[in-house]
Design a protein around this ligand. Structure first.
Ligand SMILES: *[C@@H]1O[C@H](CO)[C@@H](O)[C@H](O)[C@H]1NC(C)=O
Length: 426
């Protein structure tokens, strides 16, 4: 008993002297400060890394702040646009918010896309933020420190050459004029502002494609602009049952019909794409949407003309493997002798859609791989994802699927669809 109380006393004393030493030793104190500093630094680095690592977060408050900033610029005549009065009055266009978080992790998040409501409809607001390749329109002379702008005729020429160089497209004169729609030609401050905004928008791939191909109805329709902002229609997303990922799962007849219908609409869309010689380089099911019963693709950041994609892929970059020469789903090859990307595009839209949307993978089957899919369809999908035989391969693109194969797939889908319809009504 005494022994244990004695030892407790000893322990207590030892503890006391320890805390005293801890409290008063300058070395300990230094150590403490250092540890706290390191922990704080790690927290700060963690937050910064989190923000920089592509984990973008969108906050509704920031969207409102961005809009009000642009409206302030509108009130001080720094920006112009047909949509500005409506956007800034705050009654017809309202309810600015972030897009819902996308479920797919590989989805390239667009930090410059927001949603709003215009009258009773939802619209998309896109911010044409200047990127690395942005070119300024005005220049400042070093002598008088004055800002110089091109004249209207010069500006039209600049835009025409820009589109020619970037997309290999020759625009007719009226097309160019309807694209530009410059305003306030008598007030040079407003005129320069409208030219600046127009130039900003034109260098945005999404804006330019939507505007240039308005009457083809293949891209979301632009409903207005204000400064660097442009508004487009919001497409109705194609909805799919998440449970289809379970390969053996039963699929309802009505759902199967919906899958077939969407697949046919996507094939029709690919016809539009090839007619206009467009290449899609990041294709996701979530990117497709319906507007007035027409299929469209909403994210135009990775769509361009075939000529532009060819040039981009064969820019002579240094490479060690084929993947170094690819651009998202657009594939090319690395030259093993020169270690340069020089081959251009090797696959095509149909192959990408077959592989990623229709066929999918074992863990995430595509929309046409269900327990109701006939073997014949599955075999066509296999050939279309990895075309090998001469008749299956696109003549111009060695990894691409051919038009013949597309026709076969189309016929197969429509015949399955018709069979379902006739069995339904018999
Ligand atoms: C690879 O580059 C070399 C040297 O530039 C060239 O001779 C050869 O034809 C290229 N090979 C292919 C497959 O393009």
């Amino acid at each position: 008993m005494t022994i244990s109380s004695n030892s407790a006393l000893v322990m207590h004393n030892r503890f006391k002297s320890m805390t005293r030493r801890f409290r008063f030793s300058p070395r300990r104190r230094q150590y403490c400060v250092l540890t706290t500093a390191v922990i704080l630094l790690m927290v700060v680095l963690g937050v910064v890394g989190y923000l920089l690592s592509g984990m973008h977060y969108c906050f509704d408050v920031l969207v409102e702040w961005k809009i009000s900033k642009i409206c302030n610029q509108y009130y001080t005549n720094e920006v112009t646009g047909y949509m500005c009065p409506e956007l800034c009055a705050g009654d017809t266009i309202s309810d600015f918010h972030c897009p819902p978080a996308t479920r797919t992790p590989e989805y390239p998040f667009n930090p410059n896309r927001f949603l709003a409501r215009k009258a009773q409809q939802f619209v998309v607001i896109k911010h044409a933020v200047p990127d690395a390749s942005y070119e300024k329109l005005s220049w400042i002379d070093s002598h008088r420190q004055e800002e110089h702008y091109p004249t209207e005729a010069e500006y039209v020429g600049i835009v025409r050459r820009y589109i020619e160089l970037r997309y290999n497209l020759q625009l007719p004169f009226d097309k160019l004029n309807s694209l530009l729609k410059l305003k306030n030609k008598n007030n040079h401050i407003l005129f320069h502002a409208s030219m600046r905004n127009s130039w900003n928008l034109i260098q945005n791939n999404e804006y330019l494609l939507s505007r240039l191909y308005e009457e083809k109805e293949i891209f979301p329709l632009v409903v207005g602009t204000c400064g660097e902002l442009f508004l487009t229609e919001l497409l109705e997303t194609v909805e799919f049952d998440e449970r289809r990922y379970h390969f053996t799962n039963h699929i309802d007849l009505s759902k199967w019909r919906y899958h077939l219908k969407v697949a046919v609409l996507i094939l029709d869309y690919l016809d539009d794409m090839s007619q206009n010689r467009f290449q899609m380089c990041s294709v996701l099911l979530a990117g497709f949407g319906i507007s007035d019963s027409r299929m469209k693709y909403h994210d135009l950041r990775y769509i361009s003309t075939e000529a532009a994609i060819d040039r981009r892929l064969s820019d002579g970059r240094w490479c060690t493997m084929d993947a170094d020469c690819s651009y998202y789903d657009c594939r090319s090859r690395c030259n093993a002798t020169s270690h340069q990307c020089t081959a251009g595009l090797l696959n095509n839209n149909l192959q990408i859609v077959c592989e990623k949307i229709f066929r999918g993978t074992a863990t995430e089957p595509g929309i046409l791989v269900t327990e109701k899919s006939p073997n014949r369809l599955l075999r066509i999908l296999e050939r279309c994802s990895h075309p090998v035989s001469r008749s299956d391969v696109d003549a111009a693109r060695p990894f691409g699927a051919s038009k013949t194969l597309k026709k076969q797939l189309y016929n197969e889908l429509t015949s399955i669809y018709e069979q379902l319809a006739s069995s339904l009504y018999s």
